[in-house]
Structure formats: structure tokens, C-alpha cells
Design a protein around this ligand. Structure first.
Ligand SMILES: [Cu+2]
Length: 382
């Protein structure tokens, strides 16, 4: 693995995430089986990112954790490709006032999930998945979320949005009215108006907060404007990470939990057709995250609270809980990478591809431009 010859950093809690890029990590039990490789081969020194590296069983000389292996989606109980376009609209009924009441039931469970091939993590989940369901409502509705805590730990659901303190999912507030911290076996129903329209999130707010969030208790929360948004192929991307050895730094980075999933299964989209991405950053232990797309630009709507974009760009930075809506179209067929432009995150799983139309119709120039910017395609960093 001399192509990724970082010097392993020893911490008092064991091996750090940087050592994963070396190979010393293979000795760490919590990350056993996690190896960074390129396509069908292990990393080789002296590659130039083009040419000979196209050999191997995979289509691309892309990075992955363990060539030819994927996580067991069935045992995880969720599949990142399906989760991408899975919006949970709950159940609705019309109240006597004529207003729509929208209801969900969310259950917290402790559950082991596989975040990279062979790398399991003792997650805490909403409805058994990480991220939790993408709750979707329309501006002005009355929302009711019955939260049942079937976990062995106390949790809450803290929504971003406009609501009263009692509905804030905040330990210590409203404890005498059934709210605040929800103990194992207890339940509580949050009720609030769908406001403001935009892209929000929810997460547990029990201390230690970083641990409760990092374990997987978060999800996206979409409130559509009354008039809706223009028709598009819509998808949700929750940028997250996993501290698999509990040293307060992440070993695996991803969009929708499974590192390199959208490299192994590129996201299929139609050419010259609107795509809308609901992008949320919930990453713990790192101050910023980012999203960058190759060969394209997008309109960016921070928090989705305005119908006017603030920026036309190819890269956006988000701190934790920042989120925004991206709108774009792909003018050319082919495979287009998207990844964190924090190269370390990209190399540890936060990378993927869009597969536009028929990739066999892409030009040689397009193919070259796709690969020459790979952070791991420039030879040894040493
Ligand atoms: Cu919690």
C-alpha cells in the first residue's frame, strides 16, 4: 500500500483514522477487514491515474474499501440506493378545520450496521435505519410525530424548525409534561406546524450530544413550499461518518452511511433532465464537510428557504446541521464523480458517481477529465 504511505499516528486510544490509509489499520480489531484498494487491485506506487491502472475486475481504477466486496444491505435493513429517493410522507387526514394533519411513528432501536465491507458499528437508529427516514410535509400542515424509545438509552427527537419549547426534544424542558428526555420504554408525541418551508433535519439531543448524533440518530426533514417546486428527479444525501473505534475521530465517511456505495452503484440519472438534491451535513467530530461535483455546476439554495438560488457553483461547504438544495442537469452522457472536497474524507468513503444516460456514449475527453482529478490518482502523496 505504498501509494498511501501516510505515517500511522498512534493515539492513546489506539490507531487513528489516518493510519487506515497506511495498512497498519488491518491490525486494529474494530476495523478488521477494512482495506483501501483501487479497482480490482491493491494500491500500487507510481500510478499516474491514467493508463495501466485500468486493469482489474472493476470498470474504474476507483478507490473502494475492499475490492469486490459490498456490505450486506439485507442485514442492514436498508439500501443506500433505495434510501436516496425514499421520502416518508406519513399518514394524512383532514381536520374539521380543513387543515391537513400529517402523522408519523418513529421508533428508536439499537442496531448493528455494516458501514464498509466487514466493518460493523453499534448504531442507534430511528426506525432501524441510518439516516432515519426522510420526513416530508407541506408548509402549513399540522405535524404529529409519535416517538417511541425502544433503545436501551434515553433519546429525543429534536427538530429544526419553528415550534414551542415543549416540542423541542430538549432534555430538562417539559419533563413534567411528558416531554424532555424520553427514557427507554417511554414515548412522546411531538406536535408542531410545518414551518418554514425548506430543508431541515432532526436528531437526538441527549448528552453527550456528539455521541448520540454520531451513533446514527438523525434524518432529513423536508417541508415543501405550498406551491411546490418544479418537477425533478429528487434525492436525499445525508453526509455522515462513523467513529468505528470510538477515538472521537471518524474512520469511515459517507453519503447515506455506506462508504463508497455510490462508487459501487452509481446513481442513475437521465441526461438533460432536472435533478434536485436535498443535501444535509450531520458529520460529527470534523468541523466542515463539503460536496463537489465533476463536469457540472448547480444552483444552490441554502436551507431551501428561498426559491431563489444564492449561488451557481460546483462546490459547497457545510458545517454540521447546515443543509441546502442543489438543482442541476447533466448535459452529457457518462459517469460523473461527486465527493467531499476534503480529500481525506473522499479517500475514506465519501465519494460516488452519477451515471448519466448511456456512459458508452461519453467522449474520451470526458473520461479523462473524470479521472485526472481523483485525489488518489496523482501518485504518492509522500
Ligand atoms: Cu440519543
Amino acid at each position: 500500500m505504498s501509494n498511501f504511505s501516510f505515517v500511522p499516528e498512534q493515539t492513546d486510544k489506539g490507531i487513528s483514522r489516518r493510519s487506515l490509509l497506511g495498512g497498519a489499520a488491518l491490525a486494529a480489531p474494530a476495523v478488521a477487514g477494512l482495506a483501501l484498494s483501487r479497482g480490482g487491485e491493491t494500491a500500487v506506487a507510481g500510478t499516474n491515474g491514467h493508463g495501466a491502472k485500468h486493469a482489474g475486475h472493476s470498470e474504474f481504477p476507483h478507490a473502494t474499501f475492499a475490492a469486490g466486496r459490498t456490505v450486506d444491505h439485507k442485514s442492514n435493513g436498508f439500501h443506500p440506493t433505495e434510501l436516496l429517493r425514499d421520502f416518508d410522507y406519513g399518514k394524512t387526514r383532514r381536520l374539521a378545520s380543513g387543515r391537513v394533519l400529517r402523522e408519523w411513528e418513529i421508533v428508536a432501536h439499537d442496531r448493528e450496521i455494516e458501514v464498509a465491507p466487514g466493518v460493523t458499528y453499534e448504531a442507534w437508529t430511528y426506525n432501524g435505519r441510518v439516516p432515519g427516514p426522510t420526513l416530508r410535509a407541506q408548509e402549513g400542515e399540522l405535524l404529529r410525530v409519535r416517538f417511541v424509545n425502544a433503545s436501551e438509552h434515553p433519546h429525543t427527537m429534536h427538530f429544526h424548525g419553528l415550534h414551542s419549547a415543549l416540542m423541542d426534544g430538549m432534555p430538562g424542558i417539559g419533563e413534567n409534561r411528558g416531554g424532555g428526555q424520553i427514557e427507554p420504554g417511554e414515548d412522546f408525541t411531538y406536535e408542531f406546524d410545518a414551518s418554514p418551508f425548506g430543508l431541515h433535519l432532526y436528531h437526538c439531543h441527549v448528552a453527550p450530544l456528539a455521541a448520540h448524533i454520531a451513533r446514527g440518530l438523525y434524518g432529513a426533514f423536508v417541508i415543501d413550499p405550498k406551491a411546490g417546486r418544479p418537477e425533478a428527479d429528487e434525492m436525499v444525501m445525508v453526509m455522515n461518518g462513523f467513529d468505528t473505534n470510538f477515538d472521537l475521530a471518524n474512520e469511515v465517511y459517507a453519503v447515506n452511511t455506506v462508504g463508497f456505495h455510490y462508487v459501487d452503484e452509481p446513481i442513475r440519472v437521465a441526461r438533460r433532465s432536472p435533478v434536485r438534491i436535498y443535501l444535509v451535513n450531520v458529520l460529527e467530530y470534523d468541523p466542515v464537510n463539503s460536496f463537489h461535483i465533476h463536469g457540472n455546476f448547480f444552483n444552490y439554495f441554502p436551507t431551501g428557504t428561498s426559491l431563489q438560488p444564492t449561488e451557481f457553483t460546483d462546490t459547497v461547504i457545510q458545517g454540521q446541521a447546515q443543509r441546502g438544495i442543489l438543482e442541476l442537469e447533466f448535459p452529457y452522457d457518462g459517469d460523473y464523480m461527486f465527493h467531499a472536497h476534503v480529500s481525506e474524507f473522499a479517500e475514506l468513503g465519501w465519494s460516488g458517481f452519477f451515471r448519466v444516460g448511456d456512459p458508452s456514449r461519453m467522449t474520451a475527453a470526458a473520461a479523462a477529465s473524470m479521472y485526472c482529478d481523483l485525489p488518489w490518482g496523482k501518485g504518492s502523496p509522500a
